[in-house]
Design a binder for this molecule. Sequence first.
Ligand code: NAP
Length: 313
Amino acid sequence: MTPFRRVALLGIGLVNGSLALVLRREGAAEEIVACARREATRRRALERGLCDRAVADPAEAVEGADLVVLGVPPGAMGEVARAMAPGLDTAAIVTDVGSVKAQIVHDVVPHLPDPSRFVPGHPVAGTEHSGPDAAFDTLFERRRVILTPIEDTDPAAVRRVRELWELTGAEVDLMTPEHHDRVLALTSHLPHLIAFTIVGTVADLEKQTRSEVFKYAAGGFTDFTRIAASDPTMWRDVFLNNREAVLEMLGRFTEDLVRLQRAIRWGDGDTLFELFSRTRAIRRAVIRAGQAYERRPVPPEAAGGNGEEENGG
Ligand code: NAP
């Protein structure tokens, strides 16, 4: 792949930081410029070698860049796009890594000098850790990256962004932003919402019970706490920016939950057994599709959680 001359990473946390490590490893960028609001973020990004320069001003960050990757929380994408616009080269390819797509397209496009250079994207890979310290270069390996080109997007720009993600070891799929949002509402957003709910319910229990829940926490609850430890800003933005699709999936889920509630109340073991058999088969299908495998350790820099990864938006 022809290296990019200058890559501007707007936001340099888990996702953009991990992408930076791949760009470095593969020699795919002659220069990397990072942008973050806080001095502490910029300093850690520099200390970890995620970038050559780190600045606070998005317009300064994108000056002379031929690739710009927006990696801030979904609700901040529009504002960052607006702020970078004065420094942006018309020919620069702009992509993003946000977990929702239609709303980000809506928020970002009005600020771009040439929307045909915009290739919205979402690497479906993540952990519950955030910030530059959480980045590691195998984050995207064997995972999927979904690109959601808009009507105007130049196919040559899509090819270039596809090549970039293939370098990370990910498989790239294309779909519309709306389709992406419906699929992810079901496969990622709803499961996170359930985890936030369960852990929140437990946290509301009286102190004595709670300490027993923690003491006797079985694998199931522990897994939920890992997912529910995901970044609050990002997840707030995901639900606010994918409202329709999430509400639709939540409606279906609620109906199914009530059906299970009835089965338990009426001692209807057949219904429970039939569902649990079906879900067991689904687990096998997910493993066959390469989207789940035995847990991998996270690098020491990202430790501080439970040393496991495999979730993310
Ligand atoms: P992260 O680790 O928290 O990093 C976010 C970065 O953006 C930081 O460098 C932060 O630095 C900067 N930032 C935060 N708020 C900002 C704002 N309002 N304006 C400008 N900069 C801001 O987040 P991440 O997990 O990499 O997520 C980044 C994007 O990737 C999100 O859109 C998310 O939906 C998507 N994504 C996340 C995952 C996941 O599992 N985490 C997976 C796939 C995609 P400062 O605070 O110093 O500004």
